[in-house]
Ligand binder design. Sequence first.
Ligand SMILES: Cc1cc2nc3c(=O)[nH]c(=O)nc-3n(C[C@H](O)[C@H](O)[C@H](O)COP(=O)(O)OP(=O)(O)OC[C@H]3O[C@@H](n4cnc5c(N)ncnc54)[C@H](O)[C@@H]3O)c2cc1C
Length: 582
Amino acid sequence: MTYRAPVDAIRLSLETVGGLARDMADGRAGGLTPDDLTGILCEAARFAEERLAPQNQRGDRQGCRLADGVVSTPDGWPGLYRAWAAAGWNGVDLPTLWGGMGLPARVAVATMEMWTSANMAFALGPVLTQGAADAIERHGSELLKLRYLPGLVSGDWTATMNLTEPQAGSDLGMLRTRAERGPDGAYRISGGKIFITYGAHDLTEQIVHLVLARLPDAPPGTKGISLFLVPKLLPDGSLNTVRCNGLEHKLGIHASPTCSMNFDGAAGWLVGEENRGLACMFTMMNKARLFTGLQGVAIAERAFQRALEFARTRRQGRAPGSAGQEPSVLIEHPDVRRNLAAMRALTAAGRALAHAAARAMDLAHVGTDAAERSDADERAAMLTPIVKAWCSDMGCDVTSIGIQIHGGMGYVEETGAAQHFRDARITPIYEGTNGIQAIDLVTRKVLRPNSVVAETLAAEYAQAGAAAEVAGLAEVGAPVIDAARALADATAWLRRNVNDHERLLGAATPYLKLFGLAAAAALLAETAVGARRRQDLGAGDPVLRRAIGDAAFFARTFAVAAPSLAAMLRGSVVPGVEDLAA
Ligand SMILES: Cc1cc2nc3c(=O)[nH]c(=O)nc-3n(C[C@H](O)[C@H](O)[C@H](O)COP(=O)(O)OP(=O)(O)OC[C@H]3O[C@@H](n4cnc5c(N)ncnc54)[C@H](O)[C@@H]3O)c2cc1C
């Protein structure tokens, strides 16, 4: 077995910081019962372990091919995808009205973590399909919903997100793809897009493209962008004029086709209102950002498992106190154990962040009253860029440590450790680079007029530290309280500098890193308190001991850096262009 899904750890995190235990008991989890949850997690784990994981390395080696405009995924992938979709896995949190299971987003996050750990290049496609289904459900006309949601929710069809153009990456205001109003109510879309994930493939017949384009009379910039649904196959079954004309050669996720797309007067249908396309696309992007952060968690978990196995078998040197003549296995060396402990604690921290964000997303829909829903919506908005950026950076760090534990065998391709590092590296780039996430967090979320969510969260994180102290976990509690205080101080600093854009934007990334650190430390503390309670009631599962150990390691090793990060943020002055270019 190359991957063993950490079902117990995922479940503990879901039930504590994800709030799922309480929501299931209160009937606020789409009818989900604890037994259902067990069944879903175990079945998802089985598919991930037995079907997806064995194809990961093979897919990386073979990659995708483009011939005569037709893209082929690695051998066996169409059958693998059909088996996955036939089991209903695409619709975990999608509406029952359209054939989904209607479960909380938290359950989709849990299953998506397993698909992604097992095979990130495979799982990327469904991330986009599910996000597109959300966007169409929320903003599409009844006709579009009837036509496209059943196929997308079942996974019989896939979807794409067509934003990027050569001159328009982070700055979507510069996009040039054109849309002309047609006499038949449809629009004609023309232009080129690049870097489109699963833009063409052989997994399904139909591919539904969600495309950002500009009408002839649109205002300039982001206020003049509209969203269109452009199917590969038109309603009468004929081919639309959309074609893949190039496939990227890239560092990782080789089995995920990254396509250049040409739209040559292709028929498209408006989603939402004209010139309001970016707002509609954000429905898709927010889910995709959560899942991109989750990719960091998933790939970190896989890298940890591989490094642990290697460290248990490779022998080098003599560890302190080792008996006998034989060299020690790597795991006996304290420095290797420190690296392994860091990998595991960082992964658990990212998972807790993703579950907390998904919980806020769920409550934004099923909260008991308008006040609870609106509060949850603001929390989700605040946590989404943090999950996207903190967890994806973490995935890169953890997969890098994984290579380090393998030594030279990590740098060569044979062991598979290098693939995780290569695959993880895209996650801080796509779905809005991590720099853009930090700017979004500071300027649109924290400094949103009248918003005090950042302060509220910092206060809650301090309370989580205090609760850990009360539960007898003082070594966890004290650093968590200090980290929460550092976050509150840094937030106050942002407010004092609200008019100094140069300093504010220069401080955005350290602020996001600090927020992620303080939040993750507090959420791990909350998980540890939950674990301690279960132990006090007599439970002896190893996952409880691990959760307490991860929280303590994270607090002592990582959370203690929070006050320094806050000092760095306050003191940092970014050099001018002249200084750098001199
Ligand atoms: C494998 C892969 C798959 C992808 N899949 C898709 C997809 O399915 N659909 C799609 O539409 N796109 C996709 N993309 C594109 C991806 O979303 C973009 O690459 C990303 O948004 C960054 O744009 P860019 O590459 O043009 O970089 P740029 O925007 O040129 O950014 C370069 C650097 O400058 C920084 N920067 C840019 N603007 C600012 C600013 N205002 N302030 C501070 N810093 C700034 C960025 O943070 C970054 O570090 C994919 C890309 C890859 C490589």
